[in-house]
Design a protein around this ligand. Structure first.
Ligand code: C2E
Ligand code: MG
Ligand code: MG
Ligand code: MG
Length: 279
């Protein structure tokens, strides 16, 4: 009886793995063509000034719809794109769209920035330098309006290499944000050594803020220390008004979260900006 159970378990386990593996291969195969077939879109999640509650930018988030696979979420296809190197093509596409959006959106370009997510793979290759140089041909002052988000894990995989490219970006005047801060293993003391301008506190600490004293302590002390280090502080995953008010009291600089807006299309985002301008 026991042996039979084990056999069944092993069978389910391995066939499960196969299915998952097949899906990954399918995704990779389809993802190769995603740019050429025009299957990618970007959503914009508003970035909110914590004091005024006004929209001061947006984070660009990739969406992919494929004929065979339907919608595939970024949490599923981004890691595969990273492993295969395809991510560099996606990053180029996103950054080119960012430049187009900066031209199209009804914004005051002195006080507006778009954030783009970079992967470890992007940071470990010179292609990112060539990409930025290409974009600057089109928009020489791009550094005023583009923030690059990188995760701690993207840096720790090969710190010297990653830091060299972050330095290059910083020296060119780009904002660099540490995304999902607090989920990696780096201390603020280590962050201090990094050429970054912004720290983005992970939503795992922000979502429960309204009724978690522990998370309040973590977020409060992170904001304080980050400010002492001269970093701009963003909280992601703000889902209710009490959390916003609390973050305001703590002097947090910028917010993102479903309380203000989910990621939306460029058209809806433009409407939001126009609505605020006339409010
Ligand atoms: P991220 O960069 O940390 O982006 C924030 C994620 O949190 C987004 O998920 C967003 O929809 C979600 N979010 C924002 N506010 C809230 C909130 O209040 N509550 C909750 N529950 N969630 C919230 P999304 O769009 O599914 O993206 C997931 C991750 O995929 C991103 O995390 C990023 O790491 C990656 N990703 C997305 N687009 C790109 C891209 O163009 N390039 C790269 N390299 N990665 C990307
Ligand atoms: Mg991000
Ligand atoms: Mg994040
Ligand atoms: Mg995240």
């Amino acid at each position: 009886q026991q042996a039979k159970h084990e056999q069944t378990f092993l069978y389910c386990y391995s066939s499960g793995l196969d299915e998952q593996h097949l899906r990954q291969l399918h995704i990779l195969e389809q993802l190769q063509q995603a740019v050429a077939r025009d299957e990618l879109t970007l959503l914009l999640q508003p970035k909110i000034d914590c004091r005024s509650g006004r929209t001061i930018g947006a984070e660009l988030l990739l969406r992919w719809h494929n004929q065979q696979l339907g919608f595939v979420g970024p949490d599923e296809f981004i890691p595969l794109a990273e492993q295969s190197g395809l991510i560099k093509r996606l990053t180029r596409w996103v950054c080119e769209r960012a430049v187009e959006l900066l031209e199209q959106l009804p914004v005051d370009s002195e006080h507006f920035s778009l954030s783009v997510n970079l992967s470890a793979v992007d940071l470990l290759s010179d292609e990112i330098l060539a990409l930025i140089a290409d974009l600057e041909v089109q928009r020489p002052q791009l550094n005023r309006n583009l923030v690059l988000e990188v995760t701690e894990s993207a840096i720790v995989s090969d710190p010297d290499n990653a830091i060299a490219r972050l330095n290059w970006l910083r020296n060119k005047g780009y904002g660099v944000s540490i995304d999902d801060y607090g989920t990696g293993y780096s201390s603020l003391a280590q962050m201090r050594q990094l050429p970054v301008t912004e720290l983005k506190i992970d939503r795992a600490f922000v979502q429960p803020l309204a009724d978690s004293a522990v998370d309040q302590s973590i977020v409060r002390s992170t904001i304080q220390l980050a400010h002492e280090l001269g970093l701009y502080v963003v909280a992601e995953g703000v889902e209710d008004e009490p959390s916003w008010r609390w973050l305001q009291q703590q002097g947090c600089d910028e917010l993102q979260g479903f309380y203000f807006s989910k990621p939306i299309s460029a058209i809806d985002f433009a409407q939001r900006l126009q609505g605020e301008a006339h409010a």
